[in-house]
Design a protein around this ligand. Structure first.
Ligand SMILES: NC(=O)c1ccc[n+]([C@@H]2O[C@H](COP(=O)([O-])OP(=O)(O)OC[C@H]3O[C@@H](n4cnc5c(N)ncnc54)[C@H](OP(=O)(O)O)[C@@H]3O)[C@@H](O)[C@H]2O)c1
Length: 348
């Protein structure tokens, strides 16, 4: 059996993606997916210019996004089975990709049953999002007196990490999620630490309407944001996997710029094309897993549950050593800060 240094868990982003790889499932009811064993579906190869090489395995759990978000024992067992496979092939650490992290509270629900170290990859993701939004808000500020940012999924693992590190870098924040009690808790903490800061909370996505930048960090499998909730000239920064935006909804909105974020470029990395990633491209959460192997930090779990600021700093410092750089896409095509600057100037 081929041995690997690390593994990263993925799953089909929707039924169409599942059918592309396994057409037979057109005739099989969804509940039978729970009986298909997790499997290795591709390689992650990292080679540096000094000849160091690491091999990672992409382990797919063949379940659909809605099944992960039931957050029940059935899906937990599937994630544990994937971890068992990872341990068998020699992986020192496993990254919980896409909805395999929200399904088990960012890894907290399974950490005691895993015999391999795990990370949800959210520390580097939150760090990348924060950096990108700081940069974006600087550009918006060239044309506007104040920058208003809405965070959809603000109470989540990544969302609250971003909120804490973004505070003070933009003029106001609208925090949006479904559960009022979680919003209240976060709001109380922030108000205590930053009593004069302009923070609002809401359970209604339409409250994003006045925002210049909207971060989409929700864990859902359907669209959470509609075009009527977004003003002309706004930038949407989406990190969700699978995307919580429906492309068709936005194609007629030339006055809104949709950026796919939470992505980075790592020299020497190649991830199997099943992920939709090109050469040297990575999801920040996958990159966190690889970087922990490079830094020899696999003896224990890293990011679990909510993102903590110390982890964000530590993984950012590791990332700097490996020349990691920011990557922005717009509907699967590379975009640039220059393009975004031109858009913002046009609609200012
Ligand atoms: N690009 C990358 O590299 C990368 C890396 C890691 C994760 N991700 C993606 O980032 C997203 C967030 O991950 P996470 O681990 O932070 O998830 P999480 O901890 O489950 O948090 C999700 C947040 O979204 C909110 N939410 C869920 N459904 C909603 C809805 N319909 N309307 C409004 N708010 C809703 C939740 O609030 P309630 O609790 O109130 O529902 C919570 O605040 C996922 O899509 C994940 O796949 C991307």
């Amino acid at each position: 059996m081929k041995k690997y240094d690390f593994a990263f868990i993925i799953h089909p982003r929707d039924k169409q993606e599942l059918l592309k790889s396994y057409p037979i499932f057109r005739f099989i009811p969804n509940f039978l997916l729970y009986f298909i064993s997790p499997r290795i579906v591709g390689d992650i190869v990292y080679k540096d210019d000094k000849g160091k090489k690491l091999n990672g395995a992409l382990i797919a759990i063949i379940n659909l996004p809605f099944q992960f978000l039931k957050r029940d024992n059935k899906i937990k067992k599937r994630i544990l089975a994937a971890l068992k496979l990872a341990s068998k092939i020699g992986a020192k650490i496993v990254g919980l990709g896409s909805l395999s992290s929200p399904a088990v509270s960012g890894g907290l629900d399974i950490k005691d049953q895993s015999n391999v170290s795990i990370t949800n990859g959210n520390a580097l993701t939150a760090a990348v999002v924060t950096d990108d939004i700081k940069q974006l808000s600087k550009i918006v500020k060239l044309h506007k007196k104040k920058v208003h940012v809405a965070i959809l999924g603000a109470t989540g693992s990544i969302g609250q990490g971003v909120v804490h590190s973004l505070i003070g870098n933009v003029d106001s924040m609208m925090l949006i999620a479904r559960k009022q009690n979680k919003l209240d808790n976060l709001n109380n903490i922030l108000k205590e630490q930053h009593p004069d800061y302009d923070i609002s909370i809401s359970t209604s996505v339409s409250e994003a309407k006045e925002s210049d930048i909207i971060i989409v960090a929700t864990s859902h499998y359907e669209t959470v944001l509609s075009p009527e909730d977004v003003k002309s000239g706004a930038i949407i920064y989406d990190i969700t996997q699978p995307s919580n935006l429906k492309k068709e909804d936005w194609l007629s909105r030339d006055d809104v710029f949709v950026v796919e974020g939470g992505l980075i470029r790592i020299p020497g990395l190649h991830v199997d094309s099943i992920t939709g990633l090109d050469n040297e491209e990575s999801f920040a959460c996958l990159a966190e897993t690889l970087l922990l192997v490079l830094a020899d930090r696999t003896d224990q779990d890293f990011s679990l549950g909510y993102v903590i600021q110390e982890n964000m700093k530590e993984i950012e410092n590791i990332a700097k050593k490996y020349n990691v750089s920011s990557l922005l896409k717009a509907w699967d095509k590379d975009t640039s800060w220059g393009e975004i600057k031109r858009f913002i100037k046009n609609y200012a």
